[in-house]
Structures are given as structure tokens and as C-alpha cells.
Design a protein around this ligand. Sequence first.
Ligand code: NAD
Length: 229
Amino acid sequence: MKKLVVLSGAGMSAESGIKTFRDHDGLWENHDVTQVASPEGWAADPHLVLEFYNQRRKQLYETRPNEGHVGLAELENFFDVHVITQNIDDLHEQAGSSKVLHLHGELKKVRSTVDESLVYELEGWQLNWGDKCEKGSQLRPHIVWFGEAVPAIEPAIELTQQADIFVVVGTSLNVYPAAGLLNYVSRGVPIYLIDPAQPMFTPSSNITFIQEKATTGVKKLINMLKPQQ
Ligand code: NAD
């Protein structure tokens, strides 16, 4: 089976009702990202940060995968599909994708503030001030904030280098190191880019731009890939 690697971003989940942020003047649900998605923001006001992610988590429990997520999961019948996602939601998994690598963490998980190897599934949607890890320190969202290391980038690079087909869905390609993954796609490998707006990329003969939303774009992609199965 050919290895098909997908890089997805916030646009992937937009039609499920989860807002992207670059489309809204760099604000994420009306918040400056440095307030809610940086170590400095956490140090300045952890209550605001906890509440922000509680609201995102609550929304996620009311959200379903869209046809784009489902289409990518169904591609597992024909390809060895690996999803690398910048999204912190679990809509790829809910749709049935079996190999999902989260670059920026996972909304439904929390971790210790003194030992980052202590990661827990959160029961329900609320993480509160005073909720502690087994070492007695405050728990924080299991999210990679701006300015923090991205440990999953190494396996993501490896997957990208092994791809026979590379697909990009719903990312402005503004956030590094995720955006840099495109540079690791092997020479000659076809790249399909699905986005209603043209993200920043250098046009080249192996890139096919599908100017569509994720739901209709993934359908078109599946039709284009049929001859390659
Ligand atoms: P981004 O907000 O920078 O860019 C979104 C991209 O999606 C844009 O190129 C836009 O044109 C495109 N888009 C909008 N509607 C679309 C649709 N219906 N179908 C397909 N594409 C559509 O997103 P990013 O590049 O992923 O970077 C944002 C960062 O914010 C990521 O690190 C991510 O962790 C975080 N974030 C995550 C979520 C989520 O988990 N669902 C939501 C918002 C932000």
C-alpha cells in the first residue's frame, strides 16, 4: 500500500463548527493568542487560560467530525494513511482515522507542570485551578503553546520523508515548525493542497491546489487518487 501522509490544520475542523484563527485577525475565539496560548499567558493569568481551554473542550464535546474527516478515514481502505495534525481536537480519531500524530497537543488531555511526562486523560471538560498531578503540582492543558518545543516534529518529519503522496488540508502554513514539513517531502512526490484560500507556498509542478473547503475538497481528492490506488 502506498503511504499517504496528511498535514491538517484548523481549516479541517471549520465545517464542524470550530473556528480557525488566522481568518479572524489573529484572534482565537476573541482572545489574543499570546494571552491564552503561551507560557507567558499562563504565568500572567492561569485562570483565564484554564477557562479558555475549558470552553474549547466543552465545545469539542458538542462537535462531530465533518465529511472531510470521514473521507480521510475512509482512504485507509486504499492507502496506508498517516495524519499529522496541528489541531488539538480529536475529530480525526472520532471519524475513524487510526494513525494520528498531534503536533500541538490534545485538548482532552492534561499534564503536570513539574513533569511533562505525566499526561492524563481528563474526565469531562473542566480542568480547574487546584487540580493536581500525582506529584502534587497544578495540572495544565496538554497543549504546545507558542514558544514551546514541539516534540512530535521529529516523527512528523520521518513520516513526511516516507510519504508517497502528501496532502495538506486547511492550514495557512504560517505556524512553524509544522509549515516547514513541506520541505521534507521527497522530490517528485505529488502534493495536494486543499484550502478555500490560497496559502503561502511556492508553486511547483508536483503541487495540485484544490481550492475548496475540506468537505468538498477531500471528495475531489478521493476522485483524483482513485487511479493511483
Ligand atoms: P490557521 O487558522 O492559521 O489557518 C486556517 C486555514 O484554513 C486557512 O488557510 C484558511 O483559508 C483555511 N480554511 C478556512 N476554512 C476552511 C475550510 N472549511 N476547509 C478547509 N480550509 C479552510 O490554522 P493553522 O494553520 O492550523 O494554524 C493555527 C494554529 O491554531 C494551529 O497550531 C492549531 O493548533 C491551532 N488551532 C486549532 C484548532 C483546532 O484544533 N480545531 C482551531 C483553531 C486553532
